[in-house]
Write a protein that binds this ligand. Structure first.
Ligand code: PBG
Length: 332
């Protein structure tokens, strides 16, 4: 296709007025695009600020319920839950992960009681908030995170979350074969409508630091997660991960972190007809807040430019700690 050249074409014509900019806008962001991650702690009326995530707190279950109600008011369709398990309940085998009365399951039930079906509840399936070593799976005698043994535990964890009322289980552990195992167990357990949002392409990233502080696994973790999380240098491999997870029964897939992997989001959208979500992770949140604190720009401008980039790249939605701010900036 050939375009007329200047002056027949002046692309600034359509940008000259606000009404025209609005009319030509190719992508939109609405509160319905947002998923709000929340950190749960034991207690009553408890709130703990997280130094590396300024503006984000851990809440006891009553506070989590209040946040879920706030989300409903703001038009945010879904919250994602992450527990900070008390140290005494962490173990080498992470058995607390499938305790039907663990913090996560109690938080799910409390939100469901308070909000009914007005909000979706997404739960993380991985062992790191429950293990004494901070790895996402079971560590064998050689120090390797064992795949198949871990998958068996993840299945129990996902089922206990589904039984508590989770709407979407989101395996974030990057073990091979876990989506099929979880899907089969959900079907057999009668949880036909519980969705799986697979963290299909999750990279071994430096941007998870504040999250590990938030769930209390950072100080416990020795070494790294490179034997299961992906190499940031790889894009083709992400497409293979996504293809496998779709074949195993994922309803939607996630790319994580977000901004440094927009090309992967774009390629996933081009190649597969499956909803793609991005996780704007803790380090990304912290960098925006650091930018605001350093006087680089306003929170609204810095944040909304990044969020629209995810939509432009093809995302159905974004997990972001800035979800309530974004919803308010959008006029909710
Ligand atoms: C762990 C998990 C992580 C995040 C979500 N689930 C951290 C990790 O893999 O170490 C990171 C989220 C964030 O940084 O905001 N299964």
């Amino acid at each position: 296709m050939t375009y007329a050249s200047y002056p027949a074409t002046r692309l600034r014509r359509s940008r000259a007025q606000e009404w025209s900019r609005r009319m030509h806008r190719e992508t939109v962001l609405t509160p319905a695009d947002l998923i709000w991650p929340l950190f749960v702690i034991e207690g009553q009326g408890a709130r703990e600020d997280i130094a590396t995530l300024p503006g984000v707190a851990r809440w006891s279950i009553d506070g989590i319920v209040a946040r879920a109600k706030e989300a409903v008011k703001l038009g945010i369709p879904c919250v994602a839950l992450f527990p900070n398990t008390p140290p005494g309940r962490r173990s080498d085998d992470g058995a607390e992960a499938y305790n039907p009365d663990n913090l996560m399951c109690r938080a799910i039930r409390a939100i469901r009681d308070a909000c009914g079906s007005d909000i979706g509840i997404l739960t993380d399936v991985a062992l790191d908030p429950y293990t004494s070593h901070g790895q996402d799976g079971l560590v064998d005698a050689r120090g390797y995170v064992a795949n198949d043994e871990t998958v068996a535990v993840l299945v129990d964890q996902a089922i206990s979350q589904a039984e508590a009322g989770a709407d979407i289980v989101a395996p974030s552990d990057m073990m091979d074969g876990r989506v099929r195992a979880i899907r089969m167990a959900l079907e057999m357990g009668g949880h036909h409508n519980v969705q799986i949002m697979s963290y299909a392409a999750k990279y071994a990233s430096a941007f998870y630091g504040p999250f590990r502080d938030a769930v209390g696994s950072g100080g416990l973790l020795k070494g790294d997660k490179k034997s299961y999380q992906m190499d940031p240098a790889n894009g083709d491999e992400a497409l293979r991960e996504i293809a496998l997870d779709i074949a195993e029964g994922a309803d939607s897939i996630m790319i994580k972190p977000g901004l440094a992997y927009l090309d992967v989001i774009w390629r996933a959208r081009q190649q597969f007809s499956v909803p793609v979500f991005a996780y704007q992770v803790s380090g990304e949140y912290a960098m925006i807040e650091a930018g605001v604190a350093a006087g680089i720009g306003s929170r609204e401008a810095l944040l909304m430019e990044k969020l629209i980039a995810f939509k432009r790249a093809g995302c159905s939605g974004i997990l972001t700690y800035h979800a309530p701010d974004a919803a308010r900036f959008l006029g909710a």
